[in-house]
Design a protein around this ligand. Structure first.
Ligand code: GUN
Ligand code: ZN
Length: 426
């Protein structure tokens, strides 16, 4: 069967500058052909309809068709403790996160949370996510099973921690290596799933554990590795006290083989010049988590400074992040930019939430944009989804303005439809 979707279309020819729409292409009356799970054609509606007369037409009117959102860093196990009050990172981990992650020792609970997380993510237009799981292998099985059932391109891994975490939430040097390797062999490359080697962050791993995870990565260099970097100043002081030999926080990864182009470093807010140079030289990935960085009180990531230097994607970081919505996350990225005096253009924000995140996760040849040959993961956005947005739309004089109203005020009500791997969800 061949499907033909009609509506407005947003796609990217190139990465836009942080403050301009260069690189974005907008079709007011566009069409996308979906065939065998892939995009077969995209262009002005009249041309595409003429070329594909046999296709089944799905007319979305003036709604906007985009590549599905890609969340570059999320913790699905924290779904039930999102919006926990009053703590900064280390206390927040100890008070809310670790007790909840301990509950995922029960495989039935892990499965329930994975299901609930996936339903929420899809309701918010997310078609790919890269998630931390818990130390429990069954939480990884729960995550990948829930993603596989829905046909998603999804990435994730067992979070490894062998110190500075409570009883019941620590593994060991050996079990971190053995379990990660077994899960990698079980899931990596199954359908649309990829395994990601996942030390939580330097403070919760001994040097020996970091070393064996670096060894595992060197045995499977095609895998991504994800962790956290320089999120809060207290955390950085702690890292320096735990690793007195290290030149800086990034060095605690580099010293153990955990720094490379296939690494994705969450937050990366308070970087020293050497760290910025090193991340740039290697073209390493950074996940910008703006709702989390304001919610936990971490700081203001320098998007305008980093975007041209290395690969940066956008991430909810749920449940340190305060929303499942990529629209809300784009809005927070805009607000953080404003506080730094560098307003981010709506085209750049949209690119970040789709192709930018896909590029960070090294899957931008498959998802994150609408081009022939790409996998057909699409979200259909209602640009008039609430009374407040409708009122603002009456004054919008350009597509950029229309897009920005939904970025700043939209939520799951703006998500009209979803296509995953060429199949319509709703
Ligand atoms: N640093 C280490 N673990 C976490 C986590 O779960 N959330 C956030 N935001 N930062 C972390
Ligand atoms: Zn995180």
């Amino acid at each position: 069967m061949v499907d033909l979707l009609l509506g407005q279309v947003i796609r990217f020819r190139d990465m836009p500058m942080t403050d301009s729409a260069n690189g974005m292409e907008h079709l007011t009356h566009g069409a996308i052909v979906v065939k065998d799970g892939h995009i077969a054609a995209v262009g002005p509606a009249e041309d595409v309809k003429r070329d594909w007369p046999q296709a089944v037409v799905h007319d979305y009117g003036n709604k906007l068709i985009s590549a599905g959102f890609v969340d570059a860093h999320v913790h699905f196990p924290q779904t039930a403790i999102i919006a926990s009050w009053g703590k900064r990172l280390i206390d927040w981990l100890n008070s809310y996160t670790f007790p909840e992650e301990t509950r995922l020792a029960d495989p039935a609970y892990a499965e329930a949370i994975a299901e609930s997380y996936m339903d929420l993510a899809l309701a918010h237009g997310m078609t790919t996510m890269c998630s931390f799981c818990t130390i429990h292998p069954a939480s990884v099985d729960a995550f990948f099973t829930a993603a596989q059932k829905r046909g998603l391109r999804a990435m994730g891994g067992k979070t490894c921690m062998d110190r500075n975490a409570p009883d019941g939430l620590r593994d060991t040097v050996q079990s971190a290596y053995d379990d990660s390797r077994a899960l990698l062999r079980k899931w990596h490359g199954q359908d649309r799933l990829s395994y990601v080697i996942t030390p939580r962050f330097s403070p919760t791993s001994t040097p020996e554990q970091l070393r064996v995870l670096g060894d595992l990565w060197s045995e499977h260099p095609d895998c991504l590795m994800q962790t956290h970097l320089s999120e809060q100043t207290d955390e950085i002081d702690w890292v320096k006290s735990l690793f007195p030999q290290a030149r800086d926080y990034l060095d605690t990864y580099e010293a153990f083989g955990l720094l490379g182009e296939n690494g994705i470093y969450g937050h990366a807010i308070h970087l020293e010049p050497r760290e910025i140079d090193r991340l740039s030289e290697l073209n390493a990935g950074i996940a910008h988590c703006p709702t989390s960085n304001t919610f936990i009180g971490s700081g203001l990531f320098d998007m305008a400074g980093m975007a041209g230097r290395t690969r940066v994607g956008l991430a909810t970081d749920t449940g340190g992040g305060s929303s499942f919505s990529m629209l809300r996350t784009m809005a927070a990225a805009y607000e953080v930019g404003q506080l730094r005096g560098t307003p981010l253009h709506p085209a750049f924000l949209w690119w970040l939430a789709t192709q930018g995140s896909a590029r960070t996760l090294k899957i931008d040849d498959r998802v994150g944009n609408i081009s022939p040959g790409m996998e057909a993961d699409l979200v259909v956005i209602d640009l008039h989804s609430t009374p407040a947005i409708r009122q603002r739309m009456a004054r919008a004089e350009s597509f950029d303005e229309a897009l920005f109203a939904t970025i700043m005020m939209g939520d799951d009500r703006a998500i009209s439809d979803l296509w995953i791997n060429g199949k319509q969800r709703r």
